[in-house]
Design a binder for this molecule. Structure first.
Ligand SMILES: [Zn+2]
Length: 160
């Protein structure tokens, strides 16, 4: 999916969501969504706030409130990033990539799997129209796995 269709899809979902919740679609909200969908990496409230300062000054609270609203609307995913706090990531793109999260070091990896992609694109649910979905696989990354194996080997040597 190109950047523009991703954003258009996200804007449509946001419009539906705010109509449903009887909220206002403010210029700030639109600008934050555009920014979120132009970044291709996980980001924090501060990063978006910093980025908008010159062109479109908004308060940190506005950025935070909108990101939380995007999360509820299914437009971004959210995860805790150790000391740095919460990270968000635009997620109307899961048709092309999925995420893996290492439960030990918290690192997020992107991967592509045509089988999952095809499976999801053909999925139909009764009385429910799927507009987007995100796949997050939790596990242990290669680096952490290697560390664990080294520790195990050390322990074995010490036991001998
Ligand atoms: Zn790891």
């Amino acid at each position: 999916m190109s950047e523009n269709t991703r954003l258009a899809e996200a804007q449509q979902i946001l419009r539906n969501y705010i109509n449903l919740k009887r909220l206002r679609n403010t210029p700030e909200r639109q600008k934050i969504l555009e920014t979120v969908y132009s970044v291709n990496l996980p980001f924090t409230v501060d990063m978006i706030w910093d980025y908008l300062q010159e062109e479109f000054p908004v308060t940190r609270v506005t950025v935070y409130n909108n990101l939380e609203l995007f999360f509820k609307a299914g437009l971004v995913i959210k995860r805790s990033n150790g000391n740095e706090g919460v990270e968000y990531e635009a997620c109307i793109q899961t048709q092309t990539h999925h995420n893996m999260c290492c439960t030990i070091c918290n690192q997020l990896f992107e991967f592509k799997d045509p089988t999952i992609q095809l499976f999801l694109s053909q999925k139909k649910y009764k009385k429910f129209k799927m507009t987007n979905c995100s796949v997050m696989i939790y596990g242990i990354c290669a680096k952490c796995q290697a560390k664990i194996n080294r520790e195990k080997r050390k322990q074995k040597i010490q036991q001998k």
